[in-house]
Ligand binder design. Structure first.
Ligand SMILES: Nc1ncnc2c1ncn2[C@@H]1O[C@H](COP(=O)(O)OP(=O)(O)OP(=O)(O)O)[C@@H](O)[C@H]1O
Length: 234
């Protein structure tokens, strides 16, 4: 398998007046094409910081980060915009849908500027929401909104799906639907999936688990037998 992302001594510091916060300290790792990665750590450990750097959403303080041969640490704003637009899809804990747009329009909006998008109707069918296309977010349950958000991320046809606590606001049964879809996108669509969570159960689904604590990537563990979502209970 080819290396998709490669980080060497990746560091992020935030300056808060006189105080420097070391949000991510010298993280080095590789992520391979088609992997299902879970980044596990307590609140404030640096998970979102890592995801934001991988997603090209924040500036890198020092170190190196590559997507294939492209250097993200040295990328211009324009290059990062293209990277975010075409290479990564984002799924957030609280869905971040546009409230004044229908499910269809929310997904359509994200594909309009993408290079190689999928058909909106097909993706909505894939997440089981074809009959909800005309509904606004306020007319849908949390799980349905998260499925729209998944459809929006996947419809751009990105190589990488970055998910920030994707089941954090959902009950068990609804969270399971979302995990099943993520697993499906990983296995059938061959997308690399990176989930950040503080939920150790979800880590059982991963090919590899990145443990992060106090801004340090302390351990990377391979799961010999990643569990299917149905066998993960939390
Ligand atoms: N924009 C910012 N400015 C200053 N400090 C920040 C900023 N973003 C994050 N931090 C700090 O960096 C550290 C890591 O934060 P981060 O959000 O990455 O943790 P996290 O593991 O994702 O936490 P949570 O699970 O609560 O979302 C924390 O100490 C946080 O306060």
């Amino acid at each position: 398998m080819d290396i998709l992302l490669r980080a060497k001594n990746l560091r992020k510091q935030y300056q808060m007046g006189e105080v420097t916060v070391d949000a991510l300290k010298d993280a080095s790792f590789e992520i391979y094409e088609g992997e299902f990665i879970v980044v596990l750590g307590p609140s404030g450990s640096g998970k979102s910081t890592m995801l934001n750097l991988i997603g090209g959403m924040d500036t890198i303080t020092s170190g190196e980060l590559y997507y294939r041969d492209q250097s993200l640490h040295g990328a211009s704003e324009k290059e990062l915009t293209f990277y975010r637009r075409n290479t990564v899809g984002f799924v957030f804990q609280f869905y971040n849908l546009m409230p004044n747009l229908t499910a269809y329009e929310n997904v359509k909006l994200s594909v309009e500027i993408a290079k190689n998008p999928l058909k909106v109707e097909d993706v909505l069918r894939e997440v089981g929401l074809e009959d909800r296309a005309d509904h606004f977010p306020s007319q849908m349950s949390g799980g349905q909104q998260q499925r729209v958000s998944l459809a929006r991320a996947i419809a751009k046809n990105p190589e990488i799906l970055l998910c920030d606590e994707p089941t954090g606001a959902l009950d068990l049964a609804t969270g399971l639907q979302v995990l099943k879809l993520l697993r499906k996108f990983n296995k059938e669509y061959k997308k690399t999936v990176i989930i950040i969570t503080h939920n150790g159960e979800i880590a059982k689904m991963a090919d590899r688990v990145f443990y992060i604590k106090d801004g340090k990537l302390s351990r990377i563990e391979q799961n010999e037998k990643p569990l299917p979502p149905e066998e993960v209970a939390w």
